[in-house]
Design a protein around this ligand. Structure first.
Ligand code: ATP
Length: 306
């Protein structure tokens, strides 16, 4: 059973005040892009995990755990518990999504493993686990996991896990600049809180951007480029200052929008056509501001059995 699952970029990530449980209320507009991990699940004796880089990708697979802490392994155990079966599965993860890159690679693998194990262990005639059940199990594993199941473009509220599909038109073309070494998501949120406190910033309740929704609904890539927004960007730039140069270089080379993806350090650049994306990717590769440069388009569907 093999499942293909996309990376995400956050078109809007607005971080509200910190809550009593330590999380922030978010407005998180997720967009699934055609950069995929694949998870293959096969019957075995216990939960086993093997991770490899997809052919041609430069993903740092050595940074991915292969023990029970791997998010795909946790997903497998969760499905097994829910179905009352032994978690006896071998999971082979083929990664093209950067590790700790702000593109939710771990969450994507968890979503893929949920779907693969559910189909492996559930009854073919009368499945116990519906798509909604998988979304619920996904939310237990992490706030980005339900979106990796759903795909497309969606507004996530709460911690990001309460999803509503967004109306979009056409295809958007992206170029991603990956960086050496990841950024820890909790560290970036902590830096965001620290910066806000240091500046005495009054944190507003996050609202969905009207400009962004209109740009998506009309398929207007220039308007989309102007509406991209990430509240975590100042924190990511503070922790990884070379990203400033990556972002300005991409804009100087003609991108119609640029932002740090999620908690970074991957930078996302919007192009206004496939050809423009190819030119931008070639130009960005040439100036050496990124570990690797990858093209992708969105929106694409979520976790899918292949
Ligand atoms: P997000 O965008 O959701 O904040 P991210 O893309 O920045 O996440 P991930 O690639 O999901 O980060 O990885 C974060 C950490 O999770 C890694 O450093 C790694 O130790 C751990 N991890 C556990 N399982 C996986 C997995 N299957 N793939 C990648 N990382 C994993």
């Amino acid at each position: 059973m093999t499942v293909r699952v996309p990376a995400k970029v956050n078109l809007q990530l607005s971080v509200g005040p910190i809550r009593d449980d330590g999380y922030h209320d978010l407005v998180n507009v997720f967009h699934a892009v055609s950069l995929f991990d694949e998870v293959t699940a096969e019957p075995s004796t216990g939960v086993e995990v093997a991770v490899e880089a997809a052919p041609g990708s430069e993903v740092a697979v050595e940074d991915v755990p292969t023990d029970g802490s791997n998010l795909a392994a946790r997903a497998a155990r969760l499905v097994a518990t829910r179905l009352g079966v032994e978690p006896a599965v071998s999971l082979r993860i083929r990664k093209a999504i950067p590790v700790a890159g702000g593109m939710a690679g771990g969450s994507a693998d968890a979503a893929a493993a949920l779907l693969a194990c559910a189909r492996l262990w559930d009854s073919a005639d009368e499945p116990v686990l519906s798509k909604d059940d998988l979304l619920e199990l996904g939310a237990e594993l992490g706030s980005d996991v339900p979106f990796a199941l759903l795909g497309g473009t969606a507004i996530g509220l709460g911690r990001g896990e309460r999803l509503t599909p967004a109306l979009t038109r056409g295809v958007f073309h992206w170029v991603f600049a990956t960086a050496d070494g990841g950024l820890s998501t909790p560290a970036v949120y902590a830096e965001c809180d620290r910066l806000r406190e240091a500046h005495g910033e009054k944190v507003a309740w996050p609202e969905v951007s009207e400009e962004l929704m209109t740009a998506l609904a009309t398929g207007d890539s220039k308007a989309l480029g102007a509406a991209l927004h990430n509240d975590l960007q100042p924190a990511a730039l503070m922790l990884r200052s070379p990203l400033r140069r990556t972002l300005t270089t991409g804009m100087d080379l003609g991108a119609i929008g640029a932002l740090v993806s999620g908690s970074g350090p991957t930078c996302a650049f919007l192009a206004d056509s496939e050809e423009h994306a190819a030119e931008l990717a070639a130009a960005l590769s040439g100036v050496g501001v990124a570990k690797s440069v990858v093209r992708a388009s969105g929106a694409v569907p979520g976790a899918t059995i292949i």
